[in-house]
Design a protein around this ligand. Structure first.
Ligand SMILES: [Zn+2]
Length: 269
């Protein structure tokens, strides 16, 4: 799947989940908390593809997400790719094929998803608002890059960086008191998980069973059979899937916000 579809699926899942919690578990969030969670989940849904590196020294290549903060994120992608490849070789069994790059390995596994979610929560709990603002800055940048890809492409990485810094600062100034923000860790983790599911419906598949060895393979790629798998960049993805995700996100957002708006104008439903 392409970047914008991943980001959109993260946003749609977070909004739908929040709507379900609001309706059935009586768990209500402020509009700011909802917006933050949605942006972080959309950013988290792009995070695993930070393992697709380009050429740092020439400032070329890499996944869309790797270009969010220009050469800085391209460098992070290079490091993530090399670490992933290292873990691949360190854990590979005799039937796992040789590889020369780490894309779609470590960052596309469940232990990584759990680690990122837990790590984010721990950072926020330990360092409070400063960790929150840094994580928000990073995740909002990824979300902007994914959700508004054409704008981000035209505006360039400097504008994207400034916009995410401004959004992170606004949130920092308006979020209540010094406390842990477990919801941010959850949003990052859910985003990564949604990314893996998104890649599972494409041909290449993901090593979702890692580290369970199956027939002398540690990195079994799991995905839909070729006949029904989604082709990356196909009409089914770019038009049908994105339209469905957008409708889902909008419906959930309306469902979340409408009752309080109606209440404000004293309209009974
Ligand atoms: Zn991916």
């Amino acid at each position: 799947m392409m970047g914008p579809s991943h980001a959109l699926s993260g946003a749609a899942v977070w909004l739908t989940g929040s709507w379900a919690l609001d309706q059935f578990a009586d768990y209500h969030q402020t509009p700011l908390a909802l917006a933050v969670g949605t942006a972080v989940c959309a950013g988290g849904a792009l995070f695993p593809d930070l393992d697709l590196s380009g050429k740092v020294t020439r400032n070329q290549g890499g996944a869309t997400v790797a270009r969010t903060f220009g050469v800085f994120s391209l460098f992070i992608a290079e490091v993530m790719e090399k670490i992933s490849l290292g873990v691949y070789y360190a854990t590979k069994l005799s039937k796992d094929p040789r590889r020369n790059n780490g894309h779609r390995t470590l960052t596309h596994t469940l232990p990584f998803t759990g680690l990122v979610g837990w790590g984010t929560t721990a950072l926020c709990a330990h360092y409070g608002k400063w960790a929150v603002v840094s994580i928000l800055f990073f995740m909002i940048g990824l979300a902007l890059r994914g959700l508004f890809d054409e704008w981000a492409e035209r505006a360039g990485w400097v504008i994207v960086t400034l916009a995410s810094a401004a959004a992170a600062w606004f949130t920092f100034a308006n979020l209540p008191g010094d406390r842990g923000y477990p919801l941010i860790g959850l949003a990052v983790g859910v985003g990564c998980f949604v990314h893996i599911l998104g890649d599972m419906i494409t041909r290449a598949g993901v090593p979702i069973l890692w580290p369970i060895p199956i027939r002398r393979r540690m990195w079994t790629m799991v995905g839909l059979p070729n006949g029904i798998a989604l082709r990356t960049g196909s009409k089914a993805e770019v038009i049908v899937l994105r339209a469905a995700l957008t409708v889902l996100a909008v419906l959930a957002a309306v469902g979340l916000v409408a009752p309080s708006v109606l209440q404000r104008f004293n309209i009974e439903v």
